[in-house]
Design a protein around this ligand. Structure first.
Ligand SMILES: CC(C)(COP(=O)(O)OP(=O)(O)OC[C@H]1O[C@@H](n2cnc3c(N)ncnc32)[C@H](O)[C@@H]1OP(=O)(O)O)[C@@H](O)C(=O)NCCC(=O)NCCS
Length: 235
């Protein structure tokens, strides 16, 4: 898979955890082969980077950490604890208290990607829903990106961009044509996300609700016009 090769080439695992991660890759067949609305309670403006700082950040991220793919089915009690701990540390609004007892905000998801520090602790996380959107009688497979977070001690190193590169490779390799998320465009713009206003989520008893979303095209298929419906809750 082309994207896979590209991703692997760019990665140099942390020295300390290289064997550990390698073992994990074998175990889960992971690696690069493959918002949420702002629930964080922090001010994005207070951390905004200038374009110069962004460019510097990108060029200084020469040694990228390895991104680990974790199917939800592989999560045991210890891993569940670690995931909830990171999510609860990063998301601090009252409604985020759910992370004290579950590892997802509203709806469980089958895929996640993480980065570990040199001691094996999970310090960055992206959740991946398997969704679809419907428009004009057509259905498109969509990767729903949620619960994006980086431990406060590890922010500003390009972890989100690094994880998303892998997520996008995995999604396109698994037949998803768009990635969709709800979050701050300043965080996701450099990963290729653009704002759309023709997305409607929900359905069912409550009907469809318009929501501003961020979309990345993962193939030659362009994001459709018209009312694009995303069944189920936001993520
Ligand atoms: C948002 C968060 C995931 C960013 O983590 P990070 O490690 O700083 O992310 P990265 O270093 O990969 O930065 C990715 C991009 O986001 C931008 N960014 C990161 N934090 C930002 C902020 N507070 N305000 C504006 N832009 C920000 C960076 O400038 C970078 O842009 P660039 O690629 O154009 O240079 C992290 O702050 C976090 O976990 N916050 C709490 C949880 C949360 O709110 N998650 C949802 C966010 S929509």
């Amino acid at each position: 898979m082309a994207v896979s090769t590209e991703c692997r080439r760019n990665f140099m695992p942390f020295e300390v955890s290289a064997q550990f991660l390698s073992d994990k890759c074998q175990e889960y067949r992971i690696g690069c082969e493959g918002v949420a609305a702002d629930r964080s309670g922090f001010s994005l403006d207070s951390h905004f980077r200038t374009p110069e700082e962004s460019a510097q950040s990108r060029s200084s991220t020469k040694m990228k950490p390895e991104v680990e793919y974790l199917p939800d089915s592989s999560v045991d009690d210890a891993l569940d604890h670690d995931l909830r701990s990171l999510l609860a540390t990063c998301f601090t609004k009252p409604e985020d208290a759910v992370f004290r007892h579950r590892r997802y905000f509203e709806e469980p998801y089958p895929n996640r990607w993480v980065i570990r520090d040199g001691r094996g602790a999970i310090v960055a996380h992206i959740g991946g829903h398997e969704k679809h959107v419907e428009v004009n009688g057509q259905s498109y497979r969509v990767g729903g990106i949620g619960d994006v977070c980086v431990h406060p001690d590890h922010r500003g190193k390009g972890s989100v961009r690094t994880m998303l590169e892998c997520v996008h490779g995995w999604l396109s390799g698994h037949g998803f044509v768009f990635a969709v998320l709800f979050g701050d465009p300043r965080v996701y713009g450099s990963s290729g996300y653009v704002e759309v206003s023709n997305l409607y989520y929900g359905g069912g008893k409550e009907g469809w609700k318009q929501v501003d979303g961020l979309v990345k095209e993962l193939s030659e298929i362009a994001w459709p016009g018209g009312e694009v419906r995303l069944p189920g809750p936001k993520f």
